[in-house]
Every structure is written in C-alpha cells, then in structure tokens.
Write a protein that binds this ligand. Structure first.
Ligand SMILES: [Zn+2]
Length: 185
C-alpha cells in the first residue's frame, strides 16, 4: 500500500504525506470551475477526459458527485501558485475543486502543468490545471486522462509510487485501487 500512512520516504522519495479524509467518506463532491472557462470544443474534450479519469477510481469504491460552476465568483484573482495563501483562497471547504491556473507547477515529477493541493484542516483539495499548448497538444487523449486521474489520486490520499497511475502510468493498477479501497474501508 502506498499513500496514506506511508511515511516510507526511502521507497517513495516524493511521498507527499497526505491523508485526505472527506466529509462524506468515499463520497466526494467535485466542483469543476475549469470547464466553463473553456471554449466549446475544448470544453467537450476536457469533460470527456475528466469524466473518464473520475470513472477510473470508481472500482476502488469511490463515488463522485460532480458539478460545474462558473469560476468568476470562485477564482482567486491572479492565482500564480507562488504567494502564500493563494491555494487556501481557492479552496471550497469539504470539496474537491478543479480550478484553472496560470501557474507552471514545479512540484510534480510526472506532470508539468497540473498540481494538487490538500488541507486537512478544512477537508478540501484543489487540483489546478494550466490549460496551455502542452495541455492540449503535448498529450494524446489517454495521457490527458492519466494526468487528471493522477491528480485525483493525490486528492484521494495517494502519494507517488506503486507502479500505476501514481507512477506516471495511464491508469490505476490493482495496487492503486487496493490502496484507496483500504484507506476508505
Ligand atoms: Zn503527482
């Protein structure tokens, strides 16, 4: 098992030491404030990738309640990822928010244009995507799905490692699914 409770930073040097606990347990409310910022064709691609990525975690017993909202009232203006408090300002407590970013995330070993962040205190997570040229043209569809799935995996409590999607593979393997299953059982 990797992820929650795994502090073995020698095996997983990029262990982020997260242990998300959602108010609804395995039922997670996902609020997408990215979709409606995209133009129609790209929005359709994004929705397809997002929905597929969410479905990839369902065999682990997760249930997602998805909604899309206009970002205008929710977006932290001028989010760069570089200033203290910005992530907190983007958070919707108790929810997993997907948000748009202008930020080139440096932290993730596997994906350069996305970033996941979690706070135990307010039981919420944000996944930021920078929908730039790389996002749309640097990936084929399966890789876009994998990127989204990977960031969702962080929000469910998984760190890097395990040989599946948290190691850069295209989808969760049994190890990933079993880790989530056991974490929320
Ligand atoms: Zn990652």
């Amino acid at each position: 098992m990797h992820g929650p409770g795994d502090l073995n930073t020698q095996t997983y040097p990029t262990n982020l030491d997260w242990a998300p606990s959602w108010p609804g347990g395995r039922i997670v409310e996902v609020v997408d404030t990215l979709a409606l910022t995209l133009r129609p064709l790209r929005r359709a691609v994004w929705r397809k990738a997002r929905d597929k990525a969410l479905r990839l975690w369902e065999p682990a017993g997760m249930i997602f309640r998805l909604s899309e909202r206009d970002a205008s009232a929710w977006e932290f203006p001028g989010f760069t990822g570089l200033k203290v408090g910005e992530s907190e300002s983007c958070l919707l407590p108790g929810k997993l928010r997907i948000a748009r970013s202008t930020y080139n995330a440096p932290a993730d070993t596997y994906y350069p244009i996305s970033w996941a962040w979690w706070t135990a205190e307010r039981q919420g997570a944000c996944v930021f995507f920078k929908p730039n040229k790389h996002f749309w043209q640097g990936y084929w569809f399966g890789q876009l799905v994998a990127n989204v799935c990977h960031e969702l995996g962080h929000c469910l409590g998984l760190s890097h490692g395990g040989g599946g999607v948290m190691s850069g593979a295209l989808r969760p393997n049994e190890h990933d699914l079993d880790s989530v299953r056991r974490y929320y059982s």
